[in-house]
Design a protein around this ligand. Structure first.
Ligand code: PEP
Ligand code: MG
Length: 761
């Protein structure tokens, strides 16, 4: 059948109705109150494609696509979508859709019922394949003509560039992926929220219900702190509850749009759910859990005092251990002996080893806690052996912080005096999130340790248009970064590659051993570009402040600068010592010739367009053609670069990546490595935000890719702003990729929602 009511669909009909449609049908069939609706089945899409004669045309376009050529992919995707949007829907199909919509209006008792229109994709032979989030959803649609238009838009969204790429990458045949469309009444709830049918973190058999005023969007999107209720499922007794100060809610406007508004004063601190409503919800939760035979994570809404269920899916994150709470209380009873900044999350316990000089590194045995003034690149092998790291100096973007995040080792920086307070061989436990060091060594649950599994968990298959990439500082960490599902590497730092050599790059040049330097660079870059191929990897040319390489062989010749952060680093130094830059470009050229076409070059600490011209010239001298062979871009790390970004654009850049670690320190005059001023270091200072905004805006106007690879890109609430500003990609620490991806997805959905509403005006 081409159009099916929810009543005639069950969970086994994923092939007809897609996952979303099958779920709503299953709930409806089970007698659960679901807002009514119908499904334009996958078969209808198929019929549309064949009857209109556009199928072959579209398949021809798809057959010829090189999905790794982003521009070509985007162009083809646009063309296919236009073909679909322009194709008239055959009358026999449109008549059925109009009939189903009219029947829905009649059922609800209004002339033109407001509906949500959601895509629900499915694959032939593999109905369980997940295409969640790749296709469009449109809210607040009404009128049969509009419904038809938006159904077609959902069909077209099967050919978004990212969806095409995803299918190619995962070997799904385009011709065997179909799309069903769910059309469902939108309910204007007075209160709404979520319900877990067991406690999702302990597995305890109590219903956990969260609720707030207005539409469910407020709770689901996390815009509001909801009331929380725990209800005993045997007695329906409310065991515990907390009433939150609910500041915002979403309302439906007369024109169908939804809008975030302030909760009226008298409702802000008022309890949302009465005892009777909690009992009704709990009973409903028990029914749904029984129906599915497993604990469920559901969404609910009260509309006209009637309960509706909007969604139900299994709880996937049940934590079987309850050791966590015990551990928390253990921690509360311990004495904090040192405080600093939480630089890399996770808990670790071990024996203190204080490193005052580099030749003491052998003291560190597997599982020890390294305590030092500040780490340097040549300490990395010992850092890898450590369970945790504590430093006297540094802010959250210092060397110790960046590296320990990448290694997945808990770290506390900027303590001021850890090397004095802590005693050699003392046992301590550190909390790298809160920035605390406790006396004694205590048990830590697996969940609180930071390890590969934390990263793996974050590799949820969410698809975002804004690319979410990973930063890589150590080539060995590339696999771990790739496992997050990152869309590429937005920053590959060079500094650590020099470590494997233990020799200052200058020394290679002075000793006429340039070939060796090129080889070391090639081997290291290869480890990353190979793992990520064909996803892009932006290699950042050497940017080592003079204090960082002093302990390498040849490093004794490094000048002693009063303020290395403001000194001889980045592109300004590379242009003074072009032989190193040449060696880097030679390494990239060789890899390019071996087929690694996914490398881009990024110039650090750019300050004047002249530097860009010179850097490109050096690349050309070694036979590497910027923009032709490889993408070539700059890091925006100085206010100067942000304020005259147009001039860099005029000369030619493929991308600009915001290095907010440096941009913040140079805008605010705050040394990022100095713990005394760490409290003044603020990436969200209005001045920094203005520079960021300007850069993104100017890049967007010129069609240049904008990105961020500074630590600010690992902070969800900043990322939200960046997505709103229209940034093209965000590159985060490996440990933050999962969270950032969620934030990006949520922010994008919000924008789509806003746009859909505007469209309706
Ligand atoms: C930055 O400055 O934001 C950046 C990413 O570079 P680094 O931290 O290596 O200076
Ligand atoms: Mg920088």
């Amino acid at each position: 059948m081409y159009v099916e009511k929810f009543e005639s669909i069950s969970k086994d009909d994923v092939g007809i109705a897609g996952g979303k449609g099958a779920n709503l049908g299953e709930l409806t069939q089970a007698g659960i109150p679901v807002p009514p609706g119908f499904i334009v089945t996958a078969e209808t899409y198929n019929k549309f494609m064949n009857d209109t004669g556009i199928f072959d045309n579209i398949m021809d376009i798809l057959n010829g696509i090189d999905i790794n050529n982003t521009k070509e992919l985007q162009k083809s995707a646009k063309k296919i979508k236009e073909i679909i949007i322009d194709a008239p829907i055959p009358e026999d199909i449109s008549a059925l859709i109009i009939e189903a919509y009219n029947a829905l209006c009649q059922k609800v008792g209004v002339e033109d019922v407001l509906v949500a229109i959601r895509s629900s994709a499915t694959a032939e032979d593999l109905p369980e394949a997940s295409f969640a989030g790749q296709q469009d959803t449109f809210l607040n649609i009404y009128g049969s003509e509009s419904v038809i238009d938006y159904v077609r838009k959902c069909w077209a969204s099967l050919f978004e560039a990212r969806a095409i790429f995803y299918r190619e990458e995962n070997n799904f045949e385009h011709s065997k992926v179909y799309i069903a469309v769910v059309v469902q009444e939108m309910v204007e709830s007075e209160k709404a929220g979520v319900m877990f049918t067991v406690n999702p973190s302990t597995g305890e058999d109590v219903a956990l219900i969260e609720g707030s005023w207005g539409l469910g969007e407020a709770v689901v999107s996390g815009s509001v702190t909801p009331d929380t209720y725990y209800v005993d499922k045997k007695s329906n007794e409310v065991l515990n509850f907390s009433i939150a100060d609910k500041k915002v809610m979403f309302e439906k406007l007369p024109n169908g749009e939804t809008k975030q508004v302030d909760v009226p004063e008298e409702l802000r601190n008022k309890r949302v759910l009465s005892e009777a409503e909690l009992v009704e919800l709990t009973e409903m939760g028990k029914r749904i859990q029984k129906h599915y035979g497993a604990p469920q994570d559901t969404e609910w809404a009260f509309y006209d005092n009637t309960l509706f269920m909007l969604q139900s899916r299994p709880i996937t994150t049940l934590d079987e251990s309850s050791s966590n709470e015990k551990e928390e209380s253990d921690i509360e009873n311990r004495e904090v002996i040192v405080r600093g900044l939480g630089a890399s999350p996770g808990m670790a316990a071990g024996t203190v080893k204080i490193i005052k000089k580099i030749d003491e590194l052998d003291k560190i045995k597997n599982g020890d806690i390294m305590v030092t003034t500040m780490t340097t690149p040549d300490m990395v092998p010992a850092m890898k052996r450590s369970n945790g790291i504590i430093t006297d100096e540094g802010g959250i973007t210092c060397h110790a912080a960046i590296i320990s995040r990448e290694l997945g080792i808990p770290c506390v920086v900027g303590t001021g005096n850890a090397t004095e307070i802590l005693k050699e061989n003392n046992k301590v436990t550190i909390d790298g999130k809160k920035g605390l060091v406790f006396e004694g060594e205590f048990q830590i649950s697996e969940e609180n340790k930071q390890d590969e599994s934390v990263v793996a968990q974050s590799a949820a298959p969410i698809i975002t248009v804004t690319e979410v990439k990973a930063n890589v500082s150590m080539p060995e960490a590339a696999k771990k970064a790739f496992a997050t599902g990152a869309d590429g590497v937005g920053l590959l730092r060079t500094e650590h590659m020099m470590l494997t050599a233990g020799v200052h790059p200058n020394k290679f040049i002075q000793d006429n051993r340039e070939d060796e330097l090129v080889k070391i660079l090639m081997e290291n870059i290869l480890k990353v570009v190979d793992v990520f191929y064909p996803k892009p990897v932006w290699y950042r040319t050497l940017d080592a402040p003079t204090d960082e390489f002093q302990t390498l062989e040849g490093g004794e010749e490094e000048p002693h600068e009063h303020n290395p952060m403001l000194g001889w680093r980045g592109i300004r130094r590379e242009l003074d010592e072009p032989e190193i830059l040449k060696a880097e470009f030679k390494a990239i050229k060789k890899l390019y010739e071996q087929g690694y076409t996914n490398i881009g070059v990024m110039i650090p600490l750019s300050q004047s367009p002249d530097e860009l011209i010179k850097a490109k010239k050096i690349a050309e001298e070694v036979g590497l053609r910027p923009h032709k062979d490889i993408d070539f871009g700059i890091m925006v790390e100085t206010p100067a670069a942000a304020l005259i970004i147009e001039e860099f654009i005029d000369i030619g850049i493929d991308f600009a990546s915001l290095g907010t670690n440096d941009l913040t320190q140079y805008t605010l005059a705050v040394d990022r490595n100095n713990e005394l001023v760490a409290k003044n270091y603020n990436e969200e200072h209005p001045a920094v935000l203005k520079l960021i905004e300007r850069t993104i805006r100017k890049c967007n106007e010129a069609g240049v890719t904008s990105s961020i690879c500074g630590q600010a890109g690992s902070k969800p609430h900043i990322v939200e702003k960046l997505v709103e500003l229209g940034i093209n990609s965000v590159s985060a620490n490996t440990d933050a990729v999962g969270d950032v991806r969620h934030t990006v997805a949520r922010s994008e959905q919000k924008l789509i929602l806003d746009a859909a509403r505007k469209q309706k005006k």
